[in-house]
Ligand binder design. Structure first.
Ligand code: MTE
Ligand code: MO
Length: 198
């Protein structure tokens, strides 16, 4: 699959591709609150719930049959490292939102994961093709430590907004805060504004 290069999205937010206070790294560190959860391809289920016309549920094979894209993206961790040119393959967020039919009064989204991690973003921040539910990295199945089988990537936000081992999303009519957001990290997490803490 040919990759779409979206590494120029920084132009919307700042002057430099490398956000302020970040340094570039070429390896891919692992950051997880509590280690890697196990998953079973036969019972794995992905759900879309909350303020939608139709709640959705996908098995692993159903999810992988959704229309997918490969994108070249940058990855910015709030602890200070950025990794350029990551190729992720997966389903763009708007594809799922359209299938579920998001209600007019939905304004926020909560992502939930198999390790009980949660993270939230405004609906506007999610409704971008660069927000991918990704199952492959650089053409290989996503490594378990990096969130395999499925993770979210958010190249316009610090990476804690991208839930590894994601198992569902909930559309909300009131903002709620996720795991790190409740512990002092920023709701907005814009790397070019250095929105690290709230
Ligand atoms: N489910 C889950 N997703 C998560 C985390 C986590 O602990 N659990 N950590 C977050 C944080 S703080 C970061 S920086 C990135 C790290 O992704 P990586 O381990 O692939 O580098 O995942 C984010 N997504
Ligand atoms: Mo992080």
């Amino acid at each position: 699959m040919t990759a779409t290069d979206v590494t120029d999205l920084y132009e919307e937010f700042g002057d430099e591709r490398l956000p302020p206070g970040q340094h570039e790294t070429t390896d891919f560190p692992v950051l997880s609150k509590s280690g890697r959860p196990s998953w079973d391809p036969d019972s794995w289920e992905f759900t879309v719930t909350g303020a939608v016309d139709e709640e959705l549920s996908f098995s692993w094979s159903e999810f992988q049959a959704l229309p997918a894209e490969t994108q070249r993206q940058d990855f910015h961790c709030v602890t200070g490292w950025s990794k350029f040119d990551c190729e992720f393959t997966g389903v763009p967020f708007p594809e799922l939102a359209e299938r579920a039919g998001v209600h007019e009064d939905a304004c926020h989204v909560m992502f939930v994961a198999l390790d009980d991690y949660t993270t939230d973003l405004s609906l506007d921040a999610c409704m971008r093709d660069e927000v991918l539910f990704a199952w492959a990295f650089d053409g290989e199945p996503l490594a378990p430590d990096h969130g395999g089988p499925l993770r979210v990537v958010t190249p316009h936000k610090y990476a804690y907004k991208g839930a590894k081992w994601v198992s569902g999303l909930e559309f909300l009519t009131e903002p709620e805060r996720g795991f790190w957001e409740r512990r002092g990290y920023s709701d907005t997490a814009n790397p070019w504004a250095e929105d690290r803490y709230s």
